[in-house]
Design a protein around this ligand. Structure first.
Ligand SMILES: [Fe+2]
Ligand SMILES: [Fe+2]
Length: 180
């Protein structure tokens, strides 16, 4: 992948649902921001951004195979970097038998479900992400009826994988998402 527009085209080809596209862009923005925060090179930043943008690429067309169809076929066919493919594989350990190990894997895992959850919280609030506090997100996490399809365990596991507190993780992400 030479530039961002190529990855954007891939996203728009495979995902027509606006909410799912937005989810992918949120995770991409989170990954870009974390890569910068960690002082990665421009090359690395691109990989982290791409992993976020493309992690759910086959979800709409192949929900049962996700993410294996992307990992085995679509991403290699588009010369996506091996490290990015590995991270996409490891964001769904239950479906791929691959746990997140590299730093890129771990950050992708940590940014995925929490982004979806925080977006659900933002949609309920008059000001969206503005003035969103970790406390209100954590309160919603304990409410099992709210966004019931989001696996809470993966959110806690994600924060552990990147060795941060859930509060700090949420505050970092609020800052990114409110500028989207
Ligand atoms: Fe996924
Ligand atoms: Fe996702």
């Amino acid at each position: 992948m030479k530039d961002r527009s190529q990855a954007e085209n891939l996203l728009e080809t495979w995902i027509k649902n606006d909410a799912l596209q937005y989810h992918c862009r949120m995770v991409a923005a989170a990954m870009d921001a974390y890569a910068r925060e960690l002082g990665k090179s421009e090359d690395e930043i691109e990989k982290w951004w791409q992993a976020g943008l493309l992690h759910d690429l086959d979800w709409e067309a192949y929900p049962d195979e996700h993410p294996n169809k992307a990992v085995d076929e679509i991403l290699p066919e588009h010369q996506v970097d091996e490290e990015v493919i590995q991270a996409v594989k490891a964001h769904a350990p239950d479906r791929t038998n691959t746990e997140p190990t590299s730093e890129l894997d771990r950050y992708l895992f940590a940014c995925d479900e929490i982004s979806g959850f925080m977006n659900a919280v933002a949609l309920m609030r008059p000001n969206g992400f503005d003035d969103m506090k970790p406390k209100s997100v954590k309160k919603k996490l304990k409410d099992k009826q709210f966004a019931a399809n989001v696996p809470r365990d993966d959110i806690y596991k994600g924060a552990e994988l990147i060795e941060t507190s859930l509060d700090d993780h949420i505050m970092f992400l609020v800052d990114i998402f409110k500028r989207m």
